[in-house]
Design a protein around this ligand. Structure first.
Ligand SMILES: [Zn+2]
Length: 82
């Protein structure tokens, strides 16, 4: 059996790249995505999805951090009227 490895799935060091090349779905951000959330959650956290029709939004490491922070302080923000 011959196994063909497509070069496009390997980076210059020969490491396999993830099959999907998702990038952050937040407006103005194109960092690689680490997680995806429903668009609703992102909007509630104060993030702005680039595609407002998307049901799921991919988030990069930084925006993932921001979302987690925002959802934790949700009640605080509400009390501040934001
Ligand atoms: Zn991002």
């Amino acid at each position: 059996m011959i196994i063909i490895i497509h070069e496009s799935y390997l980076d210059s060091d020969g490491n396999a790249l993830p099959m999907s090349e998702d990038t952050c779905g937040i407006e103005g951000c194109s960092a690689p995505a680490v997680k995806s959330y429903s668009a609703k959650v992102c909007i509630q956290a104060g993030l702005k999805p680039a595609n407002d029709k998307a049901k799921r939004v991919h988030l990069c490491k930084e925006h993932n951090k921001e979302l987690k922070k925002a959802t934790k302080t949700d009640r605080l923000l509400e009390s501040l009227g934001r």
